[in-house]
Write a protein that binds this ligand. Sequence first.
Ligand SMILES: *Cc1c(COP(=O)(O)O)cnc(C)c1O
Length: 347
Amino acid sequence: MTSDPSCGPLRLSIDTSALTANWQRLNELSGAAKAGAAVKADGYGLGIAAIAPALWTAGCRDFFAAHWSEAAVLANLIPASAIAVLHGPLTKQDAAYARSAGIRPVINSLHQARLWLACGGGLCDLMIDTGINRLGLPLAHLGDPLVHELQIDVLHSHLASADEDVPQNEQQRLAWDQARGQISHRRASLANSAGIALGSAYHGDLTRPGLALYGGIPCAALSPHIRPVVHPEAAIMQVRELGEGDSVGYNATFTASHQMRVGVVSLGYADGYLRCWSGKGTMRSGGAILPVLGRVSMDMTVIDLTTAPYLTEGDWVSVDYALPEAAAKTGLSQYELLTGLGHRFAR
Ligand SMILES: *Cc1c(COP(=O)(O)O)cnc(C)c1O
């Protein structure tokens, strides 16, 4: 008998009911606007196959990918007409693919507008840059005749600091508002997760939450509304007894001061559990807290089993990964904590 190697010693449990509850809450908080979903980077690392159909069933009808390769995967899960690609077409092939698949490109520049129109055009989105100076059509190009040839569904802009109370938010909102009067379009969209909390003036017709869908909390105002979605779990591969003076892991950064029982867990920095968790992270079994000892290695981490003496080889522990707390502890952003979760997790 052969065993299934896909059922490895790492799993990411995804609470899809929390995911859909978060979407519903963000949709309510968006007021008269409808909430869409940013699902780029494999649904922020959670695994698009579980995320997209659940959001569709909950009522979400606008999905934003970044790459065309992501859109192609999404199109097998939900209707192509619900998908837009934020990076827009970079080549003729991208534009031709968008047209044949029925996926909306988000046009970000005159170059992209030209590519899209040259291959026949059709319904698209337009991203205007109101101050982030990242991707997006500069305001100076709004009057270009090419822009007025576009058949625009969603007129987007993107806030640089929605998670902060800064004057730039209002400046960007005003520029976006002004563009709404200059360019014909069906729907307007400005807010990411944190932008939803800035109030109805920021909502337009459609909001684009990402992080908060997946349990991230970008600003205190969203904290009461958002439930955690992601729960990493790992198996204990070996249990060992340390004596006083024994050290653990690379560079011996932890030394036992007394005899203790420790477990070697199959989770490491190759899985996104980065070295910044060394000596800081905790795992859990029931109510017992199991601190990380010494350095995190590529494929394994050692934990203290003192408070859970019943744990043995083959048992599973859950990894403490509450996003706001984890970000504060490690200095990583909540976005990095999610998107870094590696391919070895069974999802
Ligand atoms: C990623 C992204 C979002 C989602 O942002 P969150 O902060 O994760 O809610 C919205 N809009 C655009 C253009 C994005 O690139």
